[in-house]
Design a protein around this ligand. Structure first.
Ligand code: GLC
Length: 564
């Protein structure tokens, strides 16, 4: 069993941050999401790969993160950028080989970085062996019971079995053709048609995934990010939703195919598998639920370790709203003893630099940097998405011909393109160095990249920002250094709110014992505010340390870290 720390602040003990074997390492870990297609291209074909990841691990070490989460690199026809898995135990040749995956895990461990892999259990690819056989064998095949095959409604079965819609737009059902060429049963896919949902009531599905967990645990991974963790179990009888309307990725609705109570037995059984391995291997739920209390159910002591907190990601840049979400998130996790997680960007949402811009990119970057200092000052674990440490904006002018997101191509009933459909804009390959595209993403200047990069990204590359005072990259590095060293930062259960002017957030974190306390102040307004300095300024999101003692002025859209 995982040892729960009696005193959560012990998890921030500065002697051994991030070292393998540190108990409760995941309670305050900073976890960096690598989206392999777009991180680094080792072989020059324009697509990121595992060799590229391996070569760039030192960047992540220098950045100061504890762990790396790799989005899927499994064998896949790439109908949904690898979230359509054809073989859960094989690497797609476009990313490399199992040998490369093994090398990434080993090298990361040598650097003191942990590796979390993405597991996609809600659905597979329509090219998965089980599904291909289920189709080929026709109605009545026992393999069909591992998916949701149903006859259609209407005289000739020409209507889908129920009214559920795909998250990517259009019906959540696709009609099959029988082996003799006649129209056949329908199958359920909450996402693209190439992503049939598994039937998790079937014991073979449960056995298979426990075996897949062990396969990767045996290779040495430190945990799993569990894709659509709230979707595995569907309400009995697959009842109609009773209303039309496009469902949202990362939505909060109560639905018959999400967040059913039955999912928790699955995670309890996975926890026992994780516990068979030394070193606290973890499970992280991607669970979109209606409330933070529902999210907390995924991280009860005998289930998973963490769940993403999309309520924080969804909050607008407003002091009151942020404070509400922070309190609500901490309150929800406290009773189950799990750390809260914080995330601002990932491969499914518009980058936060652009989300916060309100039409002014400079303002967006200012707020994004402040939001990062806010996030890293909060108790719990934080997730970073590749490129945010460079302050990359969303690319909003990709030519349609370059896009690959299936949500862009699936058309909803009203003839509009599927909701979302913008996910390619946060997936543009990141710039590393040089003045010519692909800016070090691939080995050769002038070489290919699977999505075009804006010219302005030359100035945002890792090389361009390294050592440049005030750069976003240096801000992230400093913040992660301070976070690691300061005894009041890292794990914890609450923050102490301090009185502050309107539009300003101010909170204290206590180190306990003789350790120094810590205060974070965030000015979310567009105006400078006068504040009584709570201590000595350690770090400021815009790089300008407020001068003087006593009353200081904090610039608009900035966060300040104070040693108290
Ligand atoms: C998750 C992934 C997203 C994917 C979907 C279907 O939400 O983050 O990228 O499209 O699941 O697997």
């Amino acid at each position: 069993m995982t040892q729960y720390l009696a005193d959560p602040s012990a998890a921030t003990a500065p002697e051994s941050p991030g070292t393998p074997g540190r108990p409760g390492w995941w309670r305050d870990a900073v976890i960096y999401q690598v989206y392999p297609r777009s991180f680094a291209d080792g072989n020059g074909d324009g697509m990121g790969d595992l060799q590229g990841v391996r070569a760039r691990l030192p960047h992540l070490k220098a950045l100061g993160v504890d762990a790396v989460w790799l989005s899927p690199f499994y064998a896949s026809p790439q109908a949904d950028a690898g979230y359509d898995v054809a073989d859960y135990r094989a690497i797609d040749p476009m990313f490399g080989t199992l040998h490369d995956a093994d090398a990434v895990i080993r090298d990361a461990h040598e650097l003191g970085l942990r590796i979390i892999v993405d597991l996609v259990p809600n659905h597979c690819s329509d090219q998965h062996l089980w599904f291909r056989k289920a189709l080929a064998e026709g109605p009545g095949s026992p393999l069909r019971a591992r998916f949701h095959f149903r006859p259609g409604q209407g005289p000739d079965g020409e209507l889908p079995p129920n009214d559920w819609e795909s998250i990517f737009g259009g019906p959540a059902w696709t009609r099959t053709e029988n082996p003799d060429g006649t129209p056949g049963e329908w199958y359920l896919h909450l996402f693209a048609a190439e992503q049939p949902d598994f039937n998790w009531d079937h014991p073979a599905v449960r056995d298979e995934f426990r075996s897949v967990l062990r396969f990767w645990l045996d290779l040495g991974v430190d945990g799993f990010r569990i894709d659509v963790a709230h979707g595995l179990v569907k309400a009995a009888g697959l009842p109609d939703l009773g209303r039309a309307g496009q469902l949202k990725l990362l939505g909060n609705d109560v639905l018959p195919f999400f967040d059913q109570d039955g999912v928790h037995a699955i995670y309890r059984s996975w926890r026992t598998v994780l516990e068979e391995y030394p070193g606290e291997r973890i499970g992280v739920a991607e669970a979109w639920t209606p409330t933070t209390e529902r999210t907390a159910r995924y991280v009860r002591p005998d289930e998973l370790h963490q769940a993403f907190n999309f309520h924080f990601l969804g909050a607008e840049w407003d002091a009151e709203r942020l404070r509400e979400v922070i309190d609500d998130s901490l309150d929800a996790m406290r009773p189950v003893g799990a750390p809260t997680t914080w995330v601002l960007s990932n491969h499914d949402v518009v980058r936060h630099t652009t989300r916060y811009a309100d039409g002014d990119p400079a303002r967006g970057l200012r707020r994004a940097r402040a939001a990062t200092l806010l996030m890293l000052a909060l108790p719990g674990s934080a997730y970073l998405y590749q490129g945010e440490e460079l302050g990359l904006p969303e690319v909003t002018d990709l030519p349609d011909g370059a896009r690959q997101d299936p949500a862009f191509f699936r058309t909803s009933a009203d003839g509009q393109t599927g909701q979302d459909g913008l996910r390619d804009g946060c997936r543009v390959p990141i710039p590393w160095a040089g003045t010519e595209a692909p800016y070090g993403f691939g080995p050769r200047a002038g070489g290919p990249s699977w999505l075009p990069q804006p010219e302005s990204w030359a100035g945002l590359s890792v090389e361009a920002q390294t050592g440049r005072p005030g750069s976003t990259l240096e801000l992230y590095r400093e913040a992660l250094t301070v976070r690691r060293a300061h005894p009041a930062l890292g794990a914890g259960e609450s923050v102490e709110w301090l009185a502050a002017p309107d539009g300003v957030l101010a909170f204290r974190r206590r180190a306990g014992g003789d350790g120094p306390d810590f205060v974070c102040t965030v000015n979310t307004t567009g105006e400078p505010v006068a504040l009584a300095a709570p201590g000595r300024a350690l770090l400021v999101s815009d790089g300008e340390l407020p001068r003087g003692e006593g009353e200081v002025t904090q610039a608009p859209d900035t966060a300040v870290w104070w040693a108290v």
